[in-house]
Every structure is written in structure tokens, then in C-alpha cells.
Design a protein around this ligand. Structure first.
Ligand code: HQG
Length: 179
């Protein structure tokens, strides 16, 4: 892994899961103070400055992070395990969404449905290929089709993160199909 990628993984950890790994706190909307984050990361023996942080945010392939208007605060767009409210937009999803997972989880998913597990939401993709990539992170991949239209009809809420990930609290097995 390149050193900037390693830094980005650490920034994800801090902004989504464990701010105290850099000795910082997030506010209720998930924001970290940019100067505190830079100072905190340097305090772990890693090196970062504002230019490098801006570059990592700008070049992130999944657009994981966002600054506020004045670039004084930064947060992760989605993927949190800690309870922050990143002011997600409630949106009507496409009729079908996809979830990539590993074959070893399928038995449990078929009976219990898709759960957020350690995160705040179940993560869904609008296209098959993205879901396949997500599945590959966990092992032998499988892509599950989610009947988002049916869920909406039955009153479920969906949110679209700033970086295009569809999120929902839970998917009952009745809305899942595998082909
Ligand atoms: C599985 C990445 C057993 C679920 C990606 C998944 C994504 C169950 C795993 C983002 C289950 C949780 C999130 C059940 C769900 N029984 N297993 N009932 N319900 N699971 O990493 O969706 O690169 O927390 O299928 O692109 O894989 O980090 O979620 O396999 O957007 O930015 O439990 O992370 O983005 O795994 O990935 P995760 P995910 P980043």
C-alpha cells in the first residue's frame, strides 16, 4: 500500500470509528476540526500537513471525506460506526439496489436479513459492479439484489450519502434475491 493510502485508511478509522486514535473528538454531525486532526495524526508518528490532507481528500477514489465550506472542518461522508448524524439526505432510491457480501455470510443473511452489523446503516450500491467490489473485500463475493421499490412501498427510508452510497437501516430477507 502506498503511504498516502495508508494515511487514508487511518483517517477513515479516525473519522468513522475511533477519533481517539488521533486524540480528537467529533461533533454530533461527525465533524472534526482540521487543525486538530492534522495535529492529532502527527502526534501518532505519522506525517501530514494541510496540503497533503487536501490532496488525500481530493484524490480519494470513493470520495470518502468532505470539508465544510471554509475547510476548517472535515468529516467522513458515510461508513460510521459511531453514532453521528451526518445529515444524510432522505431520497427515493432506484427500484433495485445491490449489496456485495461474501458467500460465508449468506446463510445468516437469508434468515436474518441485511443488518448494519458494526456500522450505522446497511450499505447498498446502485450498480452491480460496485457491489461486487465491496463483496470481494470480505472473501468469495456474492451480489444480492435488493427490492428497494418494494421496501419503499412498505414504508422503509433510504438515504444517499454525499459520495453516492445508498443507506438504509435494515433489509428484511423478503426483499432479497440472488441470481
Ligand atoms: C454482512 C466500504 C451475517 C454484510 C464499501 C457485510 C462500503 C451480515 C458485513 C462500506 C448480515 C459488514 C460498507 C447478517 C450483513 N449476517 N452477515 N444478517 N447482514 N452482513 O464492512 O457493506 O472502502 O461493515 O453483508 O465500499 O461490506 O470502507 O459493510 O459483508 O460502502 O469506504 O456483514 O465500506 O467502503 O461489513 O461495506 P461492512 P460493507 P470503504
Amino acid at each position: 500500500m502506498k503511504s498516502n493510502d495508508r494515511l487514508s485508511v487511518f483517517i477513515s478509522l479516525v473519522l468513522r470509528h475511533q477519533p481517539d486514535a488521533a486524540g480528537i473528538t467529533l461533533d454530533e454531525h461527525g465533524w472534526a476540526d482540521v487543525n486538530e486532526l492534522i495535529h492529532g495524526i502527527n502526534g501518532t508518528g505519522r506525517f501530514i500537513d494541510l496540503d497533503l490532507l487536501e490532496k488525500i481528500v481530493r484524490e480519494d477514489k470513493k470520495n470518502r471525506y468532505g470539508f465544510d465550506e471554509g475547510h476548517t472542518r472535515i468529516r467522513a461522508n458515510q461508513g460510521h460506526s459511531i453514532a453521528v448524524d451526518v445529515e444524510l439526505k432522505k431520497m427515493l432510491p432506484p427500484d433495485v439496489l445491490y449489496h456485495g457480501t461474501a458467500t460465508r455470510f449468506m446463510e445468516s443473511i437469508k434468515t436474518k436479513g441485511l443488518k448494519p452489523m458494526s456500522r450505522l446503516y446497511v450499505h447498498l450500491s446502485k450498480d452491480y459492479d460496485t457491489a461486487l467490489k465491496v463483496g470481494k473485500r470480505h472473501g468469495e463475493p456474492v451480489v444480492i439484489k435488493v427490492d428497494a421499490a418494494g421496501m419503499c412501498r412498505d414504508g422503509a427510508d433510504f438515504y444517499l450519502s454525499e459520495n453516492g452510497v445508498w443507506l438504509t437501516k435494515y433489509v428484511d430477507p423478503g426483499y432479497l434475491s440472488i441470481n
